[in-house]
Design a protein around this ligand. Structure first.
Ligand code: NAG
Ligand code: NAG
Ligand code: NAG
Ligand code: NAG
Length: 448
């Protein structure tokens, strides 16, 4: 029997490693082959690493010359970015951004927009390439309506890695309708307020791993429509926390995996958020989560008051599993570690909460609250029970066994605020206790 089991384990192993991806991710051609085919150095297109000449037009010209098979090269050095770049229609191309771009322009929109492009890579060979957004200049005036830093739209077979995004006036990194992508080895560090999202992703077959986010809004968040998104080894080092949503009408989200997610001092460890709306979220696994100092922990809210009400009976959640969650929450009496709020017009079904042990940092009582959620674990009613609207609250007055979990050695102890310049960090060498990055830092994707 033991023998049969280990054979089974061997056969299953590759499937487990693959997780939720449906096929290969990343560029189809290596950056070195692209560079060998043609390299366009921005210094040859009017760029000057003097931190004052606008490099925008030089990047655009280099893209025009090299985006059909070649590599656009931004050597290390300091550059001013005054005009935004829209990079369209690339095929088998890469941008090697070893330099640092400092925002000097004030237009809205996206500082760097890559669209309608396939077989693409944006990376720094030194893991030091960065964009400094100087968002504090907006934030200290009470505005979050400045530009976003990086957006990929309709980009397929791509990778973004080893780059640092700092202090976006608005969002840091959005992937809109992208596919077959890999995002890894990144540090994102923004101001301490809402509206400064870290990574927002929707599309198909995308692997986001080994990313650190500091801000006070989305850490790594999936939006609709999305399928086969795998998010792992994420360090929300003082953030809003990871989430799904906000979900609206006609939501279609399926085959999502988050694992090895470490969350410190955030709004939540994971939230699925909607307020009315329609459509479905299915086949989602959220496993190996460690949290410390967060407001909410496991949090589903189908009646989320921070989102304006959307027409519809509610988004239907089914087959969602939360597994192996450990650690502590800030104050379990006012915000317990389990809060499941589903609408009676759209009850959640086949929800599983297992191997979940968290305890409060303040006081000695915490609550689990469930409304109209069905499945297994804690305050959920069983699937198959009659679906008469219910609310159930469990009070817990002693620490569950096995709740204690590792902390990261360098959790941020004070926020960067919103009124002064935020320093450019280095990319960390661990994003989850005990784990090193899946790909070593600074290694260009070698697919070819
Ligand atoms: C580049 O210029 C910005 C102002 O746009 C300044 O804050 C930054 O310190 C400069 N970088 C270096 C390395 O001097
Ligand atoms: C996308 O780019 C291709 C070239 O790669 C071009 O032929 C096509 O017209 C572009 N489509 C859009 C919608 O921009
Ligand atoms: C539930 O979702 C998991 C992925 O999280 C999937 O492997 C499983 O097949 C789904 N179950 C059903 C009944 O669809
Ligand atoms: C967490 O963030 C703080 C501030 O950015 C930084 O000093 C610390 O090194 C980060 N932790 C890790 C492990 O990167």
């Amino acid at each position: 029997m033991a023998c049969a089991l280990s054979l089974l384990a061997l056969v299953l192993a590759p499937l487990l490693v693959n997780g939720q991806l449906s096929e290969r991710v990343g560029p189809l051609t290596s950056a070195s082959s692209k560079a060998a085919y043609k390299t366009c150095n921005v210094l040859d297109y009017g760029g000057v690493a003097d931190n004052s000449t606008d490099v925008g037009a030089a990047i655009t010209s280099a893209w025009e010359e090299c985006s059909d098979g070649g590599l656009i090269y931004i050597p290390s050095g300091d550059y001013a970015l005054e005009t935004w770049v829209t990079l369209s229609g690339g095929k088998a191309t890469a941008i090697q951004m070893d330099g640092i771009l400092y925002r000097t322009g004030t237009a809205s929109g996206n500082m760097i927009l890559v669209e309608n492009t396939s077989d693409f890579e944006l990376f720094s060979s030194t893991s030091k390439g960065a964009v400094q957004g100087f968002g504090y200049v907006y934030h200290r005036e009470g505005s979050i309506s400045g530009p976003r830093i990086l957006r990929l739209q309709d980009v397929s077979d791509f990778a973004v890695h080893d780059v640092i995004l700092v202090d976006a006036p608005a969002f840091h990194f959005v992937m809109d309708t992208c596919s077959n992508g890999e995002v890894y080895n990144m540090a994102i560090r923004g101001g301490d307020e809402g509206g400064l999202d870290g990574v927002d992703v929707w599309g198909s077959n995308i692997w986001v791993h080994d990313v650190e986010v500091t801000n006070k809004d989305e850490c790594v968040t999936v939006k609709s429509p999305a399928n086969n998104i795998q998010v792992e080894s994420i360090y929300c080092n003082w953030s809003g926390g990871c989430a799904m949503g906000s979900l609206n009408a006609d939501t279609v989200v399926t085959d999502i995996l988050y694992r090895n997610i470490y969350t410190w001092n955030s709004n939540q460890m994971y939230m699925i958020k909607s307020n009315g709306g329609s459509g479905t979220v299915t086949n989602t696994l959220l496993e190996n989560f460690i949290g410390h100092g967060n407001a909410y922990s496991l949090y589903i809210d189908g009646d989320w008051s921070s989102e304006s009400t959307v027409t519809g009976d509610g988004v239907q959640l089914s087959n969602i599993t939360f597994k192996n969650w450990k650690g502590t929450e800030a104050d379990g009496y006012s915000r317990g570690p389990i809060k499941v709020v589903c609408l009676d017009t759209a009850p959640c079904t086949d929800i599983t909460i297992e191997d979940f042990a968290m305890w409060t940092e303040a006081g000695d009582e915490q609550f689990y609250v469930c409304e109209n959620g069905y499945g297994e674990g804690f305050c959920l009613e069983s699937d198959g029970d009659d679906t008469t609207a219910y609310t159930s609250t469990i009070s817990v007055t002693s620490a569950p066994s096995g709740y204690s979990a590792a902390t990261m050695a360098a959790d941020l102890s004070t926020a960067f605020g919103t009124v002064s310049s935020i320093p450019i960090p280095t990319i960390p060498t661990s994003f989850y206790p005990g784990l090193t990055p899946i790909s070593s830092l600074g290694a260009a994707a070698t697919t070819a």
